[in-house]
Design a protein around this ligand. Structure first.
Ligand SMILES: [Zn+2]
Length: 483
């Protein structure tokens, strides 16, 4: 079956047909590295990671590129506040970004490109835009002339006339047209700058994505991803800059945009005081829980961030990990190859095999339908239910173990793109671990009753070191893994 993709450009689902048979170019707008990224920003990193991995699973040779915006007003301001250079700030948060995405189970991009490493490429594009009259320099700044690009507004479905009317109050005197946007910013005293034909300055944000996507993926490539808030002006401007300079009809063929993460109905932002970093969230929840929480909603729809939702996702993720481990325990030494036809079929085996095969097809079909992860996860849990039922009824025969190894192979396949099965506790048997922990909790309770605080604390510290968190509540004490 083919894969269908909702394309923001056309406003409908389209069949995915690669531009180039050799590879599928995929560009995603990366972080501006002035702080740890927050849980709203984590969403595109996770959903486009899954989409990319599903394409790879389906045999496409994906070339995945992400930019790192390492020069920006926010970085400059942060550097001033701390009395360090912009580069120090950028380096610090690029390292933190790599640490955090690794912990979130996100595969590294094929290329991470820093804006400041691409200033010559950016200048080349701006020169081209000036040469074809799509841009103009004025007093050290360079602007894109939106009137010269007839398709402007195509992605965001905005009309140039409306944009001009809306912006009339805040007309920048240097611009020909209020909707024109900056390509090159004149240097301000004390700020990092690079020499250019228009004097010292630095690139605007939009132009860096045009320069780096075309450098690594060519003038036309398959996928461009980002949050819905980037459709206008950022992505609209990327199309204008790229096509006006390269002459391409198509810059990115399919535009994919993820929905927002809402905090109690409000978009998360620093000023609203509802700002949580992914790093903070990972102190409380394992990556498999966080990924499941995001992927249980379709990537284009909004997500309401809530503790209840995350706690529910944790229970679900634990159930999934437990079933996976049960399978692993039952099927050591089996390869996962299973040919139903060549077997003596008991009705029970036949029925189980048929149910799993059907659910497997439905799961893949959900992913093929615009990467419907909630649909796929629903099918995954139908499979979990079937497996548990089959095991509980007693899977003892050798061929039953073989069929379970085949199911385990399927779960491994799904996890190659979903990344929601927590295998990190490897050999640990959850049920036995829980029994041990109940004994430990009882012991600590007795110590506290005897007011033996030093020993009770020592026990707790030891558990913390082992990555186990105890949570006391009026209902009693529970335990969980730290991450
Ligand atoms: Zn971008």
């Amino acid at each position: 079956m083919s894969i269908t993709v909702f394309n923001t450009l056309s406003g409908k689902k389209e069949e995915y047909k690669p531009i180039n048979p050799d590879y599928s170019g995929f560009y995603v707008c990366g972080p501006t590295v002035y702080d740890y990224f927050h849980i709203g920003n984590a969403r595109p990193f996770i959903v486009f990671d899954v989409i990319r991995r599903f394409l790879i699973f389906r045999g496409y040779n994906v070339r995945y590129v992400m930019n790192l915006t390492d020069i920006d007003d926010k970085i400059i301001n942060r550097a001033k506040e701390e009395g360090v250079t912009s580069k120090e700030i950028a380096d610090r948060y690029i390292n933190a970004f790599f640490e955090d995405i690794q912990k979130l189970g996100i595969r590294p991009a094929d290329v991470y490109s820093r804006a400041t490493d691409h200033v010559p490429e950016i200048i080349t594009i701006i020169k081209k835009l000036i040469a074809v009259d799509a841009a103009y320099a004025t007093a050290g700044d360079v602007f894109f002339d939106v009137k010269q690009f007839s398709r402007y507004g195509q992605l965001s479905k905005k009309k140039l006339e409306d944009l001009q009317a809306g912006k009339r109050i805040a007309v920048d005197e240097l611009k020909k047209n209020p909707a024109d946007f900056v390509l090159w910013k004149k240097a301000k005293p004390g700020e990092p700058s690079w020499p250019s034909p228009w004097g010292n300055g630095r690139p605007g944000w939009h132009i860096e994505c045009s320069a780096m996507s075309m450098k690594f993926l060519g003038n036309s490539f398959d996928f461009h991803g980002g949050g819905q808030d980037l459709i206008f002006p950022h992505h609209e401007n990327e199309i204008a800059q790229s096509c006006a300079s390269s002459g391409c009809d198509t810059f990115a063929k399919y535009w994919l945009h993820n929905g927002f993460l809402d905090m109690k109905g409000e978009k998360m932002s620093k000023s609203l005081g509802n700002f949580i970093t992914a790093r903070e969230l990972m102190e409380i929840y394992p990556a498999s829980t966080i990924r499941l929480f995001y992927l249980q909603k379709h990537y284009r729809g909004p997500i309401d961030f809530s503790e209840d939702g995350l706690n529910a996702a944790r229970t679900t993720a634990e159930r999934l990990a437990l079933t996976y481990k049960k399978l692993a325990r039952l099927t050591p030494g089996y390869t996962g190859d299973f040919e139903m036809e060549s077997r003596q079929q008991t009705p029970r085996l036949k029925e189980f095999h048929h149910r799993i095969s059907t659910l497997d097809e439905e799961l893949i079909a959900a992913m093929e339908d615009d990467f419907n992860t909630p649909g796929a996860i629903g099918k995954l849990f139908d499979i979990v239910r079937e497996v548990n039922k089959f095991i509980d009824e007693g899977a003892a025969e050798e061929q039953e173990k073989e069929v379970l190894a085949w199911v385990q192979g399927k779960l491994d396949d799904y996890d190659r793109f979903l990344g929601v099965i927590d295998k990190s506790q490897g050999g640990i048997d959850h049920e036995r671990m829980d029994a041990v922990m109940r004994a430990v909790i009882k012991l600590r309770h007795s110590l506290r009753k005897e007011k033996n605080w030093p020993l009770a604390d020592q026990l707790r510290d030891g558990l913390t070191e082992a990555g186990i968190i105890l949570e006391d509540s009026p209902a009693g004490t529970t335990w969980r893994w730290r991450k």
